[in-house]
Design a protein around this ligand. Structure first.
Ligand code: NAP
Length: 683
C-alpha cells in the first residue's frame, strides 16, 4: 500500500513506520497510509521562515498576485488528475467541483485582489493623519508581511478548498504556509500539492505539507507565526490553549462547529416562489457533500402554521435523492468521508434524538446504487423534528456532521431570532422572505451572532450563490461557538498575515517609505511635463504647478447652460441672503474640468493612454465669480498592469493628486485622478 509523502524542506519525504491507514470512502478499501513519525518539524518551521518567507516578502503584491494567477491556471490544467481522487473521499462531481474548482477560484479571486494593492511588498493602511499645524509631522499605518509562517490545520471535508482558500490569502500577503490537512482525506491534498510543486511556480519554502499527525509542530511556533484551525470545537479549544501559543501570543483563528440555520419568513406560503427556494435550499444543504459542510443547515425554523406543509415538501424532495457511488452520474449524494465519521455522526444523532424524532430517513439503512451500503460510509439523509425548540438544548448544541437537519416551529419573528441565537454563534443563517421589514429585522436582530446572513427571495432566486458557499470576497467565520474567527473577506483576510504598524514622521519621510505621495511632501519639479513621461520614467512626487485661470461670470453661465445644472448658487441673479454663499459660485464640476484644462498638456499624442476616473473628489471651499484657480498636480502612486492579451499595450495605472488652489493659495478642491500610462518598453 502506498504511503503518502510529506512535502517538507523542498523534498517529498515518508514518515517512519506504517502510519495511519486511509480508506476509500465508497468501497472501504485501504488505499494509502500516512505517517509523520520521525519528521523534524522544528526544521520545517525554520525552513519556511528562512527560505519561503524572505522570498515571498521581497516580492510585490503585484508579483505575488500574478504568482497566484499562474498557479490557478496551472492547477486548472490538471483537474483530470484530481477528480478521480476526490471520488474516493465520497464526493460527487458537484461536491468535487466545489472543493477543487472552488479552491482554484479562490486563487483567482485573490490574484485579482492584487489590483487593490501597490507595486510594493508592503502597503499603507487607511487614511493619513496630519499631526501638526503646518503639516510637517504626520501619521499613517503600514502593513508589513509577518516574518513567520502560516500554519493551516484543516478539517477533512474540503481537502482542496480548505488548503487553497487559506494559502491564497497568506501568499498574497507575502507569508509562507505549512498545511496540515486532516489525515483521513489528505491523499487528495497530497495530489494537489504534488502538482503545485511540479509547477515550480511558488518559491522554495512557500508551501510545505504534512500528511498525518501534527506531532510537536506547535511546540516551535512564535509570535510572527499565524495559526488557522478548521475542525471540531473540541480540538480547536485544546490547540488554542496550547502553552506555546499562549506564551508567544500566536494569533489563532478558529473555525469550528456551527449550528447554522434557515428561517422561512412568516410572509411566505406555498404559492410563492420563495417557498420553492426554501425547500430547494434546505435539500441542497442537507445532501451536498453528504452534509459534511461547516456551513450546512442544521436547524430549520418554520412558522408553526406551515410546519405540516414544509414537512411534506421536504420529505418528498429528499425521497427523490439518488444516493450511491459518486462515479454514477445520476447520483446526487455520495458517502461520508469514512466509517469513523459515520460512527461519530450516529453518536451525535443519538444525542439529538433525546429531544427530537426522525421524520424522514433511517439511522440503519440506506438504499444506494452502484455501491455496497455496508462497505461504503453511506448514510441516509435524516430529517428530524423538534416540537419544543425553546426547551431543548441539544438541537442548538450538537452538531451532527452529515446529512442531518432538524425542523422546528416558531411563533413570531422575535422568537425565531431568539431560537437562532441559541446556537451561540454560527457561520451563516438564511432567511427566505419577500418582505423587506422581516428581512431587516432579521438581519439586524440575528446579525450579531453570525458571520454571514443570506436573504433569499425571488429577485435573487436564480443567481444567488447559496447558503452554503463561503465567498473569497466576503467574510467566512462566525462568533462564539463558530470559533470567533474570520477568514477570507477580500483584503480583510490579507491583513491578518501582516503586521500593522503606526508610522510617524514628516510627509517626505512617509512618502519615501510608502512610495505613495503624501500631502505636504516636497514635489519634484522642473523637467518634462509628467504627461510626457512613460510609466517607467515617472517618479512618485513628480509635480507641476500650473498657470492660473480666472473664473468669470461668462464661464459659470456657460457651464450652467452646457450641463443644465441651474442650481441657485450658480446663478448671478440669486439673492444670496440666507444662503451658505456670498455670491455666484462656480460649479464644482466646472472647477474640476477647468483644472484638467490646466494640468493636461497635449495637443500631441503622449504616453497617457486615457483618463479613467476619479477616486476621491472633495470641494472644500467655494470658488466665486472673479476668483482665480491654479493646480498643484503630483504623481501620487504607480501600479503596473499585466497584459490580458499578448497584443495589449504594456502599461500601468498612475494615480495623481490634484490640489486646486484659490487666489489665497488655499485648497478649494482635492481629487485623486487615474490615468493609464504606456510603458516605454513594449514586450
Ligand atoms: P478535528 O478532528 O477537530 O480535526 C481537525 C484538524 O485538527 C485535523 O487536521 C486534525 O488532524 C487536527 N488535529 C487533531 N488533533 C490535533 C493535535 N493534537 N494537534 C494538531 N492538530 C490536530 O475535525 P475533523 O473531524 O477533521 O472535522 C470535522 C469537524 O470540523 C466538524 O465538527 C465540523 O464542524 C468542523 N468544521 C468546521 C468548519 C468551519 O469552517 N467552521 C469547516 C469544516 C469542518 P488529524 O486528522 O490528523 O487528526
Amino acid at each position: 500500500m502506498r504511503q503518502l509523502e510529506n512535502y517538507i524542506l523542498g523534498h517529498w519525504v515518508k514518515g517512519d513506520g506504517e502510519g495511519q491507514t486511509l480508506y476509500h470512502a465508497v468501497n472501504g478499501d485501504a488505499i494509502a497510509s500516512a505517517s509523520t513519525r520521525g519528521l523534524d518539524l522544528a526544521s520545517v518551521l525554520h525552513f519556511a521562515r528562512q527560505k519561503g518567507n524572505p522570498a515571498l516578502r521581497k516580492m510585490s503584491f503585484q508579483e505575488r498576485g500574478l504568482m497566484l494567477r499562474a498557479l490557478a491556471l496551472h492547477l486548472r490544467e490538471h483537474l483530470h488528475k484530481f477528480y478521480p481522487i476526490s471520488y474516493q473521499t465520497g464526493a460527487t462531481k458537484a461536491d468535487s467541483w466545489v472543493d477543487i474548482e472552488g479552491g482554484i477560484g479562490n486563487l483567482f479571486a485573490y490574484a485579482s485582489l492584487r489590483k487593490k494593492f501597490p507595486d510594493q511588498p508592503y502597503c499603507l493602511d487607511g487614511e493619513y493623519h496630519s499631526l501638526s499645524k503646518s503639516n510637517s509631522f504626520m501619521g499613517h499605518h503600514l502593513l508589513i508581511p509577518k516574518e513567520g509562517v502560516a500554519i493551516h490545520i484543516n478539517a477533512y471535508n474540503f481537502p482542496v478548498w480548505g488548503m487553497l482558500e487559506k494559502i491564497a490569502v497568506n501568499l498574497l500577503a507575502g507569508v509562507p504556509a505549512i498545511v496540515k490537512p486532516a489525515t483521513v482525506t489528505s491523499f487528495l491534498t497530497e495530489a494537489v500539492v504534488r502538482e503545485i510543486d511540479a509547477s515550480g511556480i511558488l518559491p522554495e519554502g512557500a508551501l510545505q505539507l504534512i500528511c498525518g499527525s501534527a506531532n510537536d509542530l506547535l511546540d516551535y511556533v512564535d509570535g510572527q507565526d499565524i495559526i488557522t484551525f478548521t475542525g471540531s470545537a473540541k480540538t480547536g479549544q485544546m490547540l488554542k490553549s496550547h502553552a506555546r501559543i499562549l506564551s508567544e501570543n500566536v494569533p489563532f483563528t478558529m473555525e469550528a462547529d456551527s449550528l447554522n440555520s434557515i428561517v422561512l419568513g412568516e410572509d411566505v406560503d406555498p404559492s410563492m416562489p420563495e417557498w420553492d427556494l426554501f425547500i430547494r435550499e434546505v435539500r441542497k444543504e442537507m445532501i451536498s457533500k453528504c452534509g459534511q459542510k461547516c456551513t450546512a443547515i442544521r436547524r430549520i425554523f418554520v412558522p408553526e402554521n406551515k410546519i405540516e406543509d414544509v414537512q411534506l415538501a421536504l420529505k418528498k424532495t429528499l425521497s427523490e435523492t439518488i444516493i450511491g457511488n459518486p462515479l454514477n452520474e445520476t447520483v446526487r449524494m455520495g458517502s461520508l468521508a469514512g466509517m469513523l465519521q459515520r460512527n461519530e455522526l450516529k453518536e451525535q444523532v443519538q444525542k439529538l434524538l433525546a429531544s427530537s424524532q426522525i421524520i424522514y430517513g433511517s439511522m440503519d439503512s440506506v438504499a444506494v446504487i452502484d455501491a455496497d451500503a455496508e462497505k461504503g460510509a453511506f448514510m441516509s439523509p435524516l430529517l428530524l423534528f423538534n416540537q419544543q425548540p425553546m426547551c431543548s438544548e441539544a438541537v442548538h448544541e450538537v452538531e451532527a456532521f452529515g446529512p442531518v437537519s432538524t425542523l422546528m416551529p416558531y411563533n413570531s419573528l422575535e422568537e425565531a431570532i431568539a431560537l437562532v441565537k441559541l446556537g451561540k454563534g454560527s457561520l451563516v443563517s438564511s432567511i427566505v422572505t419577500n418582505d423587506s421589514k422581516i428581512a431587516t429585522d432579521y438581519a439586524i436582530g440575528a446579525g450579531t451572532y453570525h458571520g454571514r446572513i443570506l436573504i433569499l427571495n425571488r429577485s435573487c432566486g436564480k443567481e444567488n450563490t447559496g447558503h452554503g458557499s463561503p465567498l473569497p470576497l466576503l467574510v467566512h467565520g462566525g462568533p462564539g461557538r463558530a470559533g470567533g474567527g474570520e477568514e477570507m473577506g477580500g483584503i480583510r483576510g490579507v491583513k491578518h498575515y501582516m503586521q500593522r504598524v503606526a508610522i510617524q514622521g514628516s510627509p517626505d519621510m512617509i512618502t519615501a517609505i510608502s512610495k505613495v505621495y503624501q500631502p505636504g511632501a516636497s514635489g519634484i519639479t522642473g523637467g518634462l511635463h509628467p504627461f510626457k513621461k512613460y510609466f517607467e520614467e515617472l517618479e512618485v512626487g513628480d509635480q507641476i504647478l500650473t498657470e492660473k485661470r480666472y473664473i468669470t461670470k461668462a464661464d459659470i453661465d456657460a457651464f450652467a447652460e452646457l450641463s443644465g445644472d441651474h442650481f441657485y448658487a450658480h446663478l448671478a441673479e440669486t439673492d444670496f441672503n440666507g444662503t451658505m454663499f456670498e455670491k455666484q459660485v462656480a460649479h464644482g464640476y466646472f472647477i474640476m474640468s477647468a483644472a484638467a484644462g490646466l494640468f493636461v498638456d497635449s495637443y500631441e499624442k503622449n504616453p497617457v493612454l486615457l483618463n479613467y476616473g476619479i477616486d476621491e473628489l472633495r470641494f472644500t471651499k467655494p470658488v466665486y465669480v472673479d476668483d482665480s484657480i491654479q493646480v498643484r498636480f503630483t504623481c501620487k502612486e504607480k501600479i503596473p498592469q499585466s497584459k490580458k492579451e499578448p497584443s495589449d499595450i504594456d502599461k500601468g495605472i498612475v494615480k495623481w493628486l490634484v490640489e486646486i488652489l484659490d487666489k489665497e493659495n488655499e485648497i478649494t478642491a482635492i481629487a485623486t485622478i487615474l490615468t493609464m500610462v504606456a510603458k516605454l518598453k513594449q514586450e
